[in-house]
Ligand binder design. Sequence first.
Ligand code: NAP
Length: 307
Amino acid sequence: MTQTHDVVIIGGGVAGLSAGLYTVRAKLDTLLIERTVMGGQIINSEAIENYPGFPHGVNGVELVAAIEEQASKFGLQYGFGEVTALDVSKRPFVIRTEEEEHRARSVIIAAGGDHVKLGVPGEQEYEAKGVSYCATCDGNFFTGQEVVVVGGGDSAVEEAVYLTRMCTKVTVVHRRDQLRAAKILQERAFANPKVEFVWNTVVEEIQGNGSVSGVALRNLKTEEKRRLPATGVFVYVGFNPNSRPFQGVVPMDAGGHIKVDLMMHTEIPGVFAVGDIRWKSTKQLANAAGDGVTAALAAYEYLEQNR
Ligand code: NAP
């Protein structure tokens, strides 16, 4: 029989690590389970310029190492493995990985998600060298330059307009001739002279020489192929939260984001969700940290009331 932890945190990104820092400082016995390496999405970020307190930017790996060291100092325990199931039918809750079973009085789900990739040549090679999945994070690196946005949903259209604040031209490449984005976002984009649309077209390759220099396009109606010069490519073709193990356990929206209230409670008392896996997340690093803190405080309160 394994020991019962006060808190098990699923996911070692900044949301999970921040939650852990707060729960261990409240003297709650806490195990954080990560499936690969600590840090989540930001370990691919060379320089994060929008995390408060770092006027010269901070390297993602270094920031994660610092939070991990800070949480370890107060006693956060780490485990590795992919969580495959969460059983909330009995208390304590049971968290299963492929090889182990853990028990916890409360659970904070911080498993994040993945941006859907285009899957075209050059995308992986030029990630962080011109290919980005976050305009708010990386837009500033393209000040005064021409960039491409791929997609036709709310994210693509909203971020295309955002990018006009620093870029000279933003070309939205969309595979159909109609946008999926909300009408109000569409109107904003159509009215912006810096935004151009290329319809019925897909990106076949992201090209460059050390960093992105352009995209190879193919029109799906005419089969015409052409090259469009650009120094940045922002891909917004969807986001997949890593919520499969929690389906049927906690309520989610249609996109698989876990529904929470303002204190990060799910509908199951004692189960919380934070960061990119929760609905209406801003998908920003500082918010991920804030979510973790909020859930940790809520978990503390829940455990105090349910001793
Ligand atoms: P989304 O709504 O799923 O849109 C994805 C877009 O990418 C669609 O236009 C889709 O084209 C296109 N696409 C998908 N796969 C592609 C591929 N392989 N190649 C080229 N294009 C591809 O994703 P999202 O924009 O990230 O939004 C996700 C959710 O967040 C939505 O529910 C959205 O409403 C919400 N959101 C809301 C706001 C807001 O309210 N301000 C802002 C951002 C996001 P098709 O249209 O042809 O399928």
